[in-house]
Design a protein around this ligand. Sequence first.
Ligand SMILES: *Cc1c(COP(=O)(O)O)cnc(C)c1O
Length: 377
Amino acid sequence: MRMKTRLIHGGIDGDEHTGAVSVPIYQVSTYKQEAVGKHKGYEYSRTGNPTRHALETYMAELEGGARGLAFGSGMAALSTILSLCQKGDHLVVGHDVYGGTYRVITRVFTRLGLEATYVDTTDLEAVKEAIQPNTKLMILESPTNPLLAVTDIAAVASIAKENKVLLVVDNTFMTPYWQNPLDLGADIVFHSATKYLGGHSDVVAGVAITKDAELGEELHFYQNAIGGILGPQDSWLLLRGAKTLGIRMEEHERNTARLAEWLSEQPSISKVNYPGLPSHPGHELMKKQARGFGGMISFDVGSASRADEVLAKVKYFTLAESLGAVESLISIPARMTHASIPAERRAQLGITDGLIRISVGIEDVEDLIEDLEQALR
Ligand SMILES: *Cc1c(COP(=O)(O)O)cnc(C)c1O
């Protein structure tokens, strides 16, 4: 089955009891048992719910894994993954991961006894050097936010395997439509499903998928024990949103490629970061490990005040955090998504005050270009 067909027919198709074409919303917390412990597979909805199960099965299939699990947010998915560790374990983490990932590790999990080393995962030697005898998990994003740095996932996976470390990839930016980290050797892939998977700025959710069933069972234990599950309504919204993931991703990318080209020609812009541009350092690697380049782009307008001017003048770009929805969103990473990262670290990473990030929507790209043109002028 090809990806676009899998998006429509993958997982659990409809409802066998009624013939309903879409999976029903099982708004239920508990299930009748005929005798103690004798039931139809469901006991209590924290442990399992048919609508969430349909979503989990579907997500596992899309990512090519054995087990999918759905959570109340991307951060709940990550926190449950981190619960696989115990006190004294060490993490190797990409140095420019999502701000919330950095925050939950540095402010919560290190307090509970985990250690973490932050590395540039595009540098394989640095990754090797960061591994310690007590390293349990490696966590990375590719491409990263907002500079779109690309890591060789298969190469990092083989380093992880050699050292008996589990590789966890945050695939939020690419989605399973463009990239499947489990096929490249990762052990767990997770998403903020709030972004492209949902796609309509109407649900906060997370999913995690494991390559093998045993690790999936272990993660399900923590999902049930901790309880950060996704409810049936939101599970259904995600099932609905993901049906159109293929056509949305194609359109996001077409618009972004056109915008990247246009921005590159503007004299007032010093740098355009988009892995689809042949000049981007990760371009060839992306062609090797992904089927597309995604819909995220960032560029430098020179200063914070100029960035503010652009933001004040655009009409079709909504000033907001988040990404991956049908509408174009614009933000200033240094003062929004990455504000929790100390200024010194931001400077090291290259997240300048004039850097603007756009999550390109699926509006008509000519309107988007005209709008940016008047705002830059
Ligand atoms: C938004 C985001 C997260 C966090 O997900 P939530 O659903 O907001 O909890 C994690 N990683 C990336 C790359 C994100 O963009």
